[in-house]
Write a protein of this length. Structure first.
Ligand code: NDP
Length: 451
């Protein structure tokens, strides 16, 4: 008799834990999705008979490789590189590359898993993947970063391609690193194709890619507020992070009439009660990106602000919150504090910044709460548009792309409403995003038979 995966959630999760020992982030990501999906597929016998849940919780492949490079002092350094190709049911694998000491197989598997559903939500034909290395770019010279990127690509190139797997940037990987990796890919293969996104405008990049994740998160936030007849004018926002996503989210909040109170980095957070204006955001961008400075220096540049060493910003009362730094940076206790302080909406710019306890707190409080896979999909959406432009050998205008980004974020919001409307004015965006993204991938997998 055929074995079905028609088991209960604890039994299913027991199996996931057993098959993925020492991978807490991956197990957490699967658990979060499974909690919503189980109810939805309860009566869908086809999914069970075809073991879709089991198959979706298993990456297509995980590639791990050695990356050797030489530092400026002539020492040989050894790092580990990865590419997780999670699922290509609806398009080529697509997802960022992260350079950070915390990178390991569990973190990348969770990110690739989430990426798969996020990409599906955009409505564009992209599968899900993620890659990176435990290389720490902090404190490295530009030459060291170049040598590392070249060595990383010397192995990665054989696993990617414009119709196979299209990586992009993530934490620690910006335009400069994409340039070094693209240069090395081109040198090895002698091909100029859209194999990476986040490229420079002169060599195949797309306008608004840099801004897209942060802007998109705020468009999504505005869409959520609109369901309550509200907008961002006069609203106070607490934002974590001070990188690409955080600074562009802050910029869009300011453009839409809100007041940004905080930004942060791994050293602590800045609280500026006067508001972090466009001029101050520009200073942060230059200071963090070009000078590789720290957020604690903000208070010397803008007196009136305070720096809170080693702390996260969630205790600052606000109307809306945008976690835009990293995974598990907003814990259950922080979520309770935000709710108690009257926060009305949370849109995640980062991937899985809220831990499971925090997610449960936001759901119980019936907050307007958007998980990253819905609200931060703007970045990968514009990456998808970059792929289209590369294939067509053309470049769209900024206004066209801005409109496409807005439309895509609105479309994702609509998908969340379709599957997440719980009645009584409450929309469960986590459930909506999990079901909408996963349904598309699962239905494609069903069509392919047992592969
Ligand atoms: P950046 O590298 O530009 O910035 C990351 C920011 O987060 C920095 O301010 C960094 O501070 C801070 N940070 C990192 N680790 C911690 C920590 N443990 N505690 C507190 N702060 C920390 O990355 P991005 O802005 O590109 O990415 C941020 C998040 O958004 C990530 O989760 C990423 O996966 C996600 N994301 C990014 C997309 C993009 O288009 N860039 C697309 C979709 C999601 P410090 O300088 O001290 O390290």
């Amino acid at each position: 008799m055929a074995v079905s995966d028609h088991v209960d959630l604890p039994t299913f999760m027991e199996g996931v834990k057993k098959r993925n020992p020492h991978q807490p982030e991956f197990v957490q990501a699967v658990q979060e999705v499974a909690e919503d999906i189980f109810e939805f597929i309860g009566d869908k016998e086809d999914y069970h008979a075809q073991q879709i849940l089991r198959r979706i919780a298993e990456p297509d492949r995980v590639v791990s490789f050695r990356v050797c490079w030489e530092d400026d002092a002539g020492n040989i350094r050894v790092q580990r590189g990865y590419r997780v190709q999670n699922n290509n049911a609806i398009g080529p694998y697509k997802g960022g590359i992260r350079f950070h000491p915390s990178v390991n197989e569990s973190v990348l598997k969770f990110l690739a898993f989430e990426q798969t559903f996020k990409n599906a939500l955009t409505g564009l034909p992209m599968g899900g993947g993620k890659g990176g290395s435990n290389f720490n770019p902090k404190g490295k010279s530009v030459r060291e970063i170049m040598r590392f990127c070249q060595s990383f690509m010397t192995e990665l190139y054989r696993h990617i391609g414009a119709d196979v797997d299209v990586p992009a940037g993530d934490i620690g990987v910006g335009g400069r690193e994409i340039g070094y990796m693209f240069g090395q890919y081109k040198r090895i293969t002698n091909e100029f194709t859209g194999v990476l996104t986040g490229k420079g405008l002169e060599w195949g990049g797309s306008l608004i890619r840099t801004e897209a994740t942060g802007y998109g998160a705020v468009y999504f936030l505005a869409n959520m507020l609109a369901t309550k007849g509200e907008d961002l004018v006069g609203k106070t926002a607490v934002i974590s992070g001070s990188g690409n996503v955080a600074t562009h989210a802050a910029e869009k909040i300011v453009q839409l009439g809100g007041k940004v109170l905080t930004l942060s980095d791994s050293g602590g957070f800045v609280h500026d009660p006067d508001g972090i204006t466009q001029e101050k955001i520009d200073w942060v961008k230059t200071h963090k990106t070009h000078r590789r400075g720290r957020m604690q220096d903000y208070v010397a540049a803008f007196p009136g602000a305070t720096f809170h060493e080693g702390k996260t910003p969630w205790g600052v009362p606000c109307d809306v919150a945008l976690p835009c730094a990293t995974q598990n940076e907003l814990l259950g206790e922080d979520a309770r504090t935000l709710v108690a302080n009257g926060c009305r909406a949370v849109a995640e710019g980062a991937n899985m910044p809220t831990d499971l306890d925090g997610v449960h707190v936001f759901k119980a409080a019936r907050l307007l709460y958007a998980p990253g896979k819905a609200s931060n999909a703007g970045g990968v959406a514009v990456s998808g548009l970059e792929m289209s432009q590369n294939s067509a050998r053309r470049a769209w205008k900024e206004e066209e792309l801005q409109q496409m980004l807005k439309d895509i974020m609105l479309g994702i919001h609509q998908s969340c409403l379709t599957y997440g409307d719980q009645g009584g004015g409450y929309i469960d965006y986590v459930k909506g995003a999990n079901i909408a993204g996963r349904k598309k991938v699962a239905d494609a997998m069903l069509a392919f038979g047992v592969v």
